[in-house]
Write a protein that binds this ligand. Structure first.
Ligand SMILES: C[S@@+](CC[C@H](N)C(=O)[O-])C[C@H]1O[C@@H](n2cnc3c(N)ncnc32)[C@H](O)[C@@H]1O
Length: 319
């Protein structure tokens, strides 16, 4: 009797141990599976570019430093060709129309706490610091955040950094008066765009605004006619891959309006529009609609289920 109880106990323990082992393993592999291949490709790509940047010549470094020092809202010079390579994509050293709109909006209430997603070399973050804002700058590239920290100088006390891939980075909810996301959402697939916009919505205080710029489906060259998510840009062109990263999601205004509305934003109809960034590469130009900007506002009183027609403030504008 005693023996069979011991045997039973041992059997149960063994079964539980096997089960535990199995569930740990299956959890781990499930967890692993959660990160899609395109996202891992982005990480590999960022590591490759980091190596490249580390190998920059002193002249190239000096050129970057010059532009970084010169760029602030007051001293902005007209140098449309100025673009430098950051860890993903190229970055114009001019503030875009949408960056200026973002700053003007925060200027309406000084000391606004703002978030700059994928801040790159940080021209918008630095302009916002100059403007009197408190800034949280997000990047996947620690080198760029370090650079920003150094260049913030005595305004550093109003700057904090959030290192990590947005939207999987810790961002305080209900905290920011305005968010700027310049030339970053076009790297994400639709699911990540949805998650990212929701994260922005949650991070904003009521009445806060989100300013987004992205590349559109109206790109030229080898990208002409492509619409939607491209998980492997290298298959199309290795040069594009090196410059812009492994993925691009080429959409148009109505796609972005839908994403914004689904996240709960009121789309500011008169503010959205297509544009060509300063110094945009000739080989990717098509028809003047290569980029778009869109601004969303979080209502002061959030409804539970905003209907599509109820959260659009239309003025005019085609497309
Ligand atoms: C094309 S640059 C744009 C920089 C700047 N926001 C602008 O408007 O010019 C994109 C930047 O986003 C960063 N980035 C890319 N994916 C990111 C992610 N998931 N989370 C945070 N930063 C990211 C890159 O390292 C790069 O510096």
């Amino acid at each position: 009797m005693y023996n069979s109880a011991v045997f039973l106990n041992a059997t149960i323990s063994l079964t539980l141990a096997i089960f535990e082992c199995y569930s740990t393993f299956s959890h781990a592999s499930h967890h692993h599976k959660k990160k899609p291949e395109w996202m891992r490709a982005q990480e590999r790509w960022a590591a490759e570019r980091k190596k490249e940047r580390e190998a920059m010549t002193p002249e190239e470094r000096a050129a970057c430093a010059y532009f970084l020092e010169e760029n602030n809202l007051q001293k902005l010079k007209s140098d449309p060709g100025a673009r430098i390579k950051v860890s993903k994509g190229f970055e114009s050293l001019q503030l875009s129309h949408y960056a200026k709109e973002f700053l003007l909006f925060t200027g309406e209430s000084p000391n606004t706490v703002v978030l700059d997603i994928g801040c790159g070399v940080g021209i918008v973050s630095r302009a916002a610091l100059d403007w009197g804002c408190t800034v949280v700058a997000n990047e996947i590239d620690i080198g760029l955040l370090n650079l920003l920290n150094i260049r913030a100088g005595d305004k550093r006390e109003r700057l904090s950094t959030a290192l990590g891939p947005f939207p999987d980075v810790n961002i305080k909810p209900n905290h920011f008066g305005a968010i700027y996301a310049g030339a970053i959402f076009h790297f994400f697939d639709d699911v990540t765009i949805t998650r990212g916009l929701k994260a922005c919505f949650d991070a904003l205080v009521p009445g806060g605004k989100l300013f987004v710029t992205v590349a559109t489906k109206f790109l030229g060259g080898k990208l002409t006619g492509l619409h939607g998510f491209i998980p492997n840009l290298r298959e199309i062109d290795s040069k594009l891959y090196e410059t812009y990263g492994p993925t691009l999601n080429l959409l148009e205004m109505k796609d972005w309006e839908r994403f914004f509305m689904e996240a709960g934003f009121v789309v500011e109809g008169e503010k959205r529009g297509y544009f060509v960034p300063e110094g945009f590469p000739e080989e990717l130009k098509l028809d003047g609609n290569e980029y778009l900007g869109i601004v969303g506002r979080k209502r002061l009183i959030t409804r539970h289920r905003p209907g599509p027609s109820s959260n659009f403030e239309s003025a005019d504008l085609p497309r």
